[in-house]
Write a protein that binds this ligand. Structure first.
Ligand code: FAD
Length: 385
């Protein structure tokens, strides 16, 4: 049983502790699912999670709009990731893909949320392009206003759920101003003529991922989310909510690696004594436990700060994501070491964690970019003081 002591921390309310217990029981019964067919597995996970009510926190309830609860998102991601990385992915994308609609959508657009929260529609967030990943403002994709419509032309790449999504939230250049101030967000159903999957992308921890082509894709002006020219602000507001949850997923992977290592060190004999009696093994375990707890503190600090009504948690979320993902990589690497040959055997849990963790240090703001963000915040706070 993983360490549960963090649930007593003052960041949480009893409803979070209750959620953690109920979800743990659900995961033990339902996860992992078979991953042989990744698209089918993701669809099945979205259906299961929606059927049993776990997707409700991913988006606002159109009938009773309340702010998204970041602590709930983080506890859910942490728990799902500890049991099955693909389950975490399926949950996370329902949130990231609908975040712009939850925060800025109108009543008609929010109709989609009834479906995504019930696991009856799959969403995706389409920001990155071949020439603009970290450099979002360098986006090439255009959306030209023609009469009552917008016409989208260009490419998006690295789009999670690409190929299985029912709709995409797409960011494109509408040109109100140069750079970041000339972008807008659109809700584009996957069956809109001209929108095609140009390429499916394979990565070391498989999940549905695609490059999308937009060839004269016409959407009504009502597809615009928020105001024209607000796309960059919308994307950053969505990431402000979901960035700490990436840290929470990394924390789930790290906790699993620590648990597996404790089991291994306690159950295996080396040189006539339990492996856990070797002081260097204890050193690894201590470093792993320290990294896990420090990451959890940063993540739940960021989540709590947002839930308490902070307009932005740029610094807290950047610290949480940077630290939790980087340290999870180190924790998992130690787990591989402690497992010896088994650690690199295809199909072993620590081998899959080793592959799962890597992309989290790249997407939703690479680690280097998080450092830039933290430094900018800290330096500007000093200037203002
Ligand atoms: C598995 C996976 C899933 C993804 N899912 C989605 C998705 O659903 N939707 C979506 O829109 N995108 C998604 N992405 C794209 C992801 O957000 C980008 O890959 C990421 O923003 C980095 O962009 P890039 O790949 O173009 O790398 P680049 O922008 O070329 O950056 C490469 C490297 O340069 C360094 N770097 C970049 N900027 C700076 C800086 N300012 N200072 C110092 N160093 C810097 C970093 O080390 C960075 O990793 C996904 C990516 C992956 C790998």
């Amino acid at each position: 049983m993983p360490d549960r002591s963090f649930l007593a921390w003052p960041f949480f309310e009893d409803r979070h502790r209750d959620l953690a217990e109920r979800l743990e029981t659900w995961c033990a019964k339902n996860l992992p699912v078979a991953h042989d067919d990744i698209d089918a597995a993701c669809r099945e996970l979205v259906t299961m999670l929606g059927r049993d009510g776990w997707l409700k926190p991913t988006a606002v309830d159109p009938a009773n709009p309340q702010p998204l609860d970041v602590r709930t998102l983080c506890i859910t991601r942490e728990t799902l990731a500890r049991h099955d990385g693909l389950a975490d992915f399926a949950f996370a994308m329902q949130g990231l893909g609908t975040g712009a609609i939850s925060l800025f959508g109108d009543a008609a657009q929010k109709k989609w949320l009834e479906k995504t929260r019930a696991g009856k529609a799959i969403s995706a967030f389409a920001l990155s392009e071949p020439r603009s990943g970290s450099d979002v403002a360098n986006m090439d994709m255009e959306a030209r206003r023609i009469g009552d419509n917008y016409v989208l032309a260009g490419e998006k790449t690295w789009i999670s759920n690409g190929g299985i999504a029912d709709f995409y939230v797409v960011f494109a250049r509408t040109g109100e101003a140069p750079g970041a101030k000339g972008l807008s967000a659109f809700l584009v159903p996957a069956d809109t003529p001209g929108l095609t999957v140009a390429e499916r992308l394979e990565v070391i921890a498989p999940h549905p991922l695609a490059r999308l082509k937009f060839d004269h894709v016409e959407v009504p002006a009502a597809a615009l989310i928020g105001k024209a020219g607000d796309g960059f602000r919308i994307a950053m507001s969505v990431l402000d909510v979901f960035r700490s949850t990436v840290g929470a997923a990394a924390l789930g992977f790290a906790r699993r690696a620590l648990d597996e290592s404790i089991k291994r060190a306690s159950g295996r004999e080396l040189f006539g004594a339990p492996m856990a009696d070797l002081q260097m093994v204890q050193g690894h375990i201590a470093d792993m436990a320290l990294d896990v707890d420090a990451a959890a503190l940063l993540i739940y600090r960021a989540a709590w700060t947002k839930d308490m009504g902070a307009a932005r948690v740029t610094r807290e979320a950047a610290m949480a994501k940077l630290y939790a993902t980087d340290r999870a990589q180190a924790v998992i690497d130690r787990a591989v070491q402690l497992h010896g040959g088994d650690g690199v055997r295809r199909g072993h849990i620590v081998e899959s964690l080793y592959r799962e963790i890597r992309a989290l240090r790249i997407y939703e703001g690479a680690s280097d970019v998080q450092k830039v963000v933290i430094a900018r915040q800290v330096l500007s706070e000093f200037k203002q003081s």
